[in-house]
Design a binder for this molecule. Structure first.
Ligand code: SF4
Ligand code: SF4
Length: 318
């Protein structure tokens, strides 16, 4: 995105402000793509592609490596700070800021030549505005992925709200099999839960601890759930440990959980798919018709130059 020259380079094609229709078409493809994917697979955008989620999980990775798993962190945060814990917390924040800085430089690099930006930034020769935006996006990344996390998804993201409106009973969601899991409760590993009147959920709460939105999926489908599947992995580990079949929490559909067949091909999905395909066709047709340059050459009617008496070439006096 070459803001200075007001143009956008797209895989070898240069687009100018007058090619705005292409951008509008691209937005329509994105919108219908979202409707299609969300109706089919649920909130996979939120779970796997949204930068907020991706960066949150990168930050959680550092947190787990330096401070341990969620339940360990919770316990040690209630104890007195030790020099070792202070050191690990400091390293975590340094790592978070470093990730934020790389993110910010990369982002600003979409708008200004990135090689120059890196050199100038680290030799303190960067211009005020470039330095400001690098600083700004570093802080935003650090605050969003380090501190705010699910607050952004639950209270700030409009996208999160309207995606849930596209769900139907055949949409894939992360769901807890209540029939299989209840009644929940701890039990000795070797005992058959049926003889104790229990289901397969041992109530270890691992699914709640790993959830970036802080919800309990066992309470049913909730709009806070971003379909990240962290609880699926956590519960599968517990099932493995107990020697039970995996999939107490799984990617499933409401119909399947109710014991019915999941209907994949349905009119709503076909409709969204057709409109999306049409828009993709329109986009590429418009793209292939982009004129690289429009140029009108008009001959100047005046004499362009003449030789004077001294033998010098002169342009006419304006
Ligand atoms: S991780 Fe599985 S077994 Fe543990 S509380 Fe959650 S649903 Fe129950
Ligand atoms: S409930 Fe499970 S899938 Fe939903 S946000 Fe929490 S961890 Fe992710």
């Amino acid at each position: 995105m070459d803001i200075g020259s007001q143009r956008f380079n797209f895989f070898g094609t240069t687009l100018w402000p007058q090619d705005l229709t292409l951008l509008a078409t691209l937005f329509m493809i994105a919108a219908f793509g979202l409707f299609f994917i969300t109706t089919f697979l649920g909130r996979v955008w939120c779970g796997y592609f949204c930068p907020q989620t991706v960066w949150t999980f990168i930050y959680i990775w550092f947190e787990e490596k330096l401070e341990g798993a969620a339940n360990k962190r919770r316990k040690q945060d209630q104890l007195k700070l030790t020099p070792n814990l202070i050191l690990r917390k400091t390293l975590k924040h340094i790592a978070w800021i470093a990730v934020g800085l790389v993110t910010a430089i990369t982002f600003v690099g979409y708008f200004v030549p990135v090689r120059d930006l890196v050199v100038e930034f680290f030799t303190f020769q960067v211009s005020f505005w470039q330095g400001f935006w690098v600083f700004f996006f570093t802080i935003c990344t650090y605050a969003n992925a380090g501190w705010m996390r699910s607050i952004v998804c639950i209270h700030m993201c409009p996208y999160a709200r309207f995606q849930s409106a596209m769900f139907d009973k055949d949409t894939f969601i992360v769901g807890y099999d209540t029939d299989r899991g209840e009644s929940r409760g701890p039990r000795p590993r070797k005992k058959d839960p049926k003889t104790l009147g229990l289901g397969d959920c041992i109530d270890c709460k691992l699914c709640v601890e790993v959830c970036p939105s802080g919800i309990d999926i066992r309470d049913g489908l909730q709009y806070e759930c971003i379909n990240c599947g962290a609880c699926v992995d956590a519960c599968d580990q517990t099932m493995d440990r107990m020697g039970y079949e995996k999939g107490l929490i799984s990617y499933t559909t409401e119909h399947k959980l109710e014991g019915h067949q999941t209907d994949i091909v349905r009119p709503k999905l076909i409709g969204y798919g057709i409109v999306m395909a049409v828009m993709v066709g329109v986009f590429f047709t418009l793209l292939s018709n982009v004129q690289p340059m429009g140029l009108d050459v008009l001959r100047d009617r005046n004499q362009l130059f003449r030789m004077n008496n001294e033998g010098w070439w002169r342009t006419p006096t304006p």
